[in-house]
Design a protein around this ligand. Structure first.
Ligand SMILES: C=CC1=C(C)c2cc3[nH]c(cc4nc(cc5[nH]c(cc1n2)c(C)c5CCC(=O)O)C(CCC(=O)O)=C4C)c(C)c3C=C
Ligand SMILES: [Fe+2]
Ligand SMILES: [Fe+2]
Length: 303
């Protein structure tokens, strides 16, 4: 019988501020970034404390292994455990085939494309069934909707009135989209499916790109900032956020939304709330498990 595994590929993040300069070299493929950008990222990590990305990713690995009964590994592009080290471990464990899935449901060449490259350029000594995207999987949509509903109910009670909602995804350079990347269509589709699952009318929600890069160039909008300004002009005094491109908490949730957008909104006279990230959601682990089972069943038929 083939020795199968699941390989969860993820961004990766250091836990400590001191490791940020080295981490940024991995993020930019060795190019590095201006000192001012590195300092700003260090400042943001300092404000959130320890980044929980690795901890949540390990929790998700445990959830997928529990749901599938298949050995599950994690490999990061930009920090430990690096993809190369994980491949070595899988080799030692005698893995013959793996389903590789990125912890980024929507496909962009700036995320999934780079994770795939990090894996394939190491010539793994096992066959790889690579999942390109899973942005519309019903259980992923359900997991987002569950967290949205729970968070919105609390926010609605606190605000004592209905709130408009903003679904967000990480921005990418403008040319990534104009050159044909599927990312924008897929992020918008995830948002629309979650809104549909919640029974929301189109008028009560928006989609915006967050976390435009700090090193210049034109990045895809609409920005969250312009969307907040538009809502403030319409007379809204509160907003409910849900990031649908990230599957756990990290600096771009805990700083960009919880601190950056909170402060920006405050200046417009608005208060913000946010849905909890998927983190250890059981429905989320079941979504990945469902994809893994389908892929392994198809593999068994074709072998
Ligand atoms: C789909 C696109 C991207 C996702 C999803 C994404 C997630 C993600 N990013 C960080 C941390 C950083 N990313 C940085 C730069 C950067 N990010 C993307 C795209 C996505 N990131 C691009 C295209 C770039 C530019 C890279 C380059 O070569 O210049 C940085 C550097 C600072 C900055 O420019 O903002 C950091 C830090 C995390 C933690 C994360 C989710 C897990
Ligand atoms: Fe990024
Ligand atoms: Fe970013």
């Amino acid at each position: 019988m083939t020795k199968n595994a699941v390989l969860l590929l993820a961004h990766g993040s250091p836990e400590n501020v001191a490791d940020i300069p080295e981490y940024m070299k991995y993020v930019t493929g060795g190019r590095g970034l201006p000192e001012s950008v590195v300092k700003e990222v260090q400042h943001r990590y300092g404000l959130i404390g320890i980044s929980p990305l690795r901890c949540h990713t390990v929790g998700q690995q445990t959830g997928v292994q529990r749901e599938t009964g298949v050995s599950t590994y994690i490999g990061m592009r930009n920090w430990h455990p690096f993809v190369a080290d994980t491949i070595e471990q899988m080799k030692q464990d005698g893995i013959e085939h793996c389903v590789a899935l990125c912890l980024a449901p929507q496909n962009s060449r700036t995320s999934v494309g780079l994770y795939r490259k990090a894996l394939m350029e190491k010539n793994p000594p096992f066959t790889v069934d690579f999942v390109e995207s899973w942005h519309d999987h019903p259980l992923l949509i359900q997991a987002f909707a569950e967290n949205h509903r729970a968070g919105y109910e609390k926010a609605r009670a606190e605000a004592s009135h209905d709130l408009p909602r903003i679904f967000t995804a990480h921005s990418v350079p403008e040319r990534t989209i104009t050159e044909g990347d599927p990312y924008e269509a897929q992020t918008r589709e995830t948002a629309a499916l979650v809104a549909k699952g919640l029974g929301l009318k189109d008028a009560v929600w928006r989609f915006a790109f967050q976390s435009q890069g700090m090193s210049g160039g034109t990045w895809r909008g609409p920005t969250v900032e312009s969307t907040l300004e538009g809502l403030a002009k319409e007379g809204h005094r509160g907003v409910f956020f849900q990031p649908i491109g990230f599957v756990c908490d990290h600096v771009e949730v805990l700083y960009d939304i919880d601190i950056g957008f909170r402060d920006f909104a405050e200046k417009l006279g608005m208060k913000i709330w946010r849905a909890e990230s998927l983190n250890n959601s059981a429905t989320f682990a079941q979504a990945i498990a469902d994809i893994v089972r389908q892929r392994l069943a198809a593999q068994a038929v074709t072998v």
